[in-house]
Design a protein around this ligand. Structure first.
Ligand SMILES: [Fe+2]
Ligand SMILES: [Fe+2]
Length: 275
């Protein structure tokens, strides 16, 4: 029996800001047709759960409405970000996430795989939970036995390559990245799946497969993001795991409306004085 997983990402939903709401129904319909065993959401579930708890409550209800077991890791718009001026990740924000979405890190043993979801927004944050998560990650990697390991996190480890410098908002900072890559190589992590960039990309680097899950909400124009690999597609990812074998396929969903954040940025994410 093959275990089928659908990864969705960056849905950016909110009862108050319905700019991308029209893409939920076609996404949910497609997921139902796929008959997955598990859905994994790789973050930015909400427009602004970091500020508005109602966004978290509403989106958790939508996720439960899929009628499929799901796991989620938070995005920066769900729990804030490390060192953010207005929305730093904090114990209070993490607690709100846990209330509606359960833990921000988790393990799923599937066939001969160990899937590990963890919270990318803690990386480099300096909040106590960062160290606790790092120790937990080492522990769950250490006792994976012969299982192959797959990581799910919101922010990608890098854009162009593991040696690159600080890309700011877009990828994990060099210092936590180095620590993660050391662990990744030590345990021969098979797959790293992320979201955040709203780009579709699938590549192999030093024996590890990297999947950038597309958003199902909106695309980001060149004025809003630096040049990076990947394609401007809206969709999801289908994984099939059979024993120690895994397949992954990024699927573009033509029923989704191709929104561009550039057109609505000031309404959805208004700039604030000071950043
Ligand atoms: Fe996003
Ligand atoms: Fe994000």
């Amino acid at each position: 029996m093959t275990f089928r997983i659908i990864q969705i990402s960056d849905t950016h939903l909110s009862p108050g800001k319905a700019h991308f709401a029209d893409n939920w129904a076609p996404l949910a319909r497609w997921i139902a047709e796929q008959r997955p065993d598990l859905v994994i959401h790789s973050g930015d579930v909400t427009v602004d759960g970091a500020e508005v708890e109602e966004d978290l409550r509403y989106c958790a209800e939508l996720m439960r409405g899929l009628g499929v077991r799901f796991r989620a890791v938070p995005g920066n718009h769900d729990v804030g970000d490390a060192g953010h001026t207005h929305q730093p990740v904090s114990e209070k924000r993490l607690q709100r996430w846990r209330t509606h979405f359960d833990a921000d890190r988790w393990v799923e043993d599937v066939e001969d795989f160990r899937l590990i979801g963890f919270d990318a927004l803690l990386l480099g944050s300096g909040v106590p939970e960062e160290t606790i998560q790092a120790e937990w990650l080492e522990a769950v990697m250490g006792d994976a036995g012969s299982r192959r390991i797959a990581w799910f996190l919101h922010r990608p480890l890098f854009l162009d390559g593991p040696e690159e410098g600080d890309t700011g908002y877009w990828s994990v900072k060099p210092q936590p990245r180095t620590a993660l890559l050391r662990s990744l190589h030590r345990h021969s992590v098979a797959l790293v799946a992320s979201g955040h960039l709203h780009k579709a990309h699938d590549f192999l680097r030093d024996g590890t497969r990297y999947i950038w899950a597309p958003s199902s909400a909106f695309l980001v124009g060149p004025a809003k993001a630096p040049p990076m690999p990947g394609e401007n597609r809206l969709g999801a990812v289908v994984y099939e795991i059979d024993g120690a074998a895994i397949t992954a396929k990024i699927v573009e969903l033509p029923d989704l409306s191709r929104h561009w954040i550039d057109d609505v940025a000031e309404e959805v994410y208004p700039r604030r004085p000071g950043g």
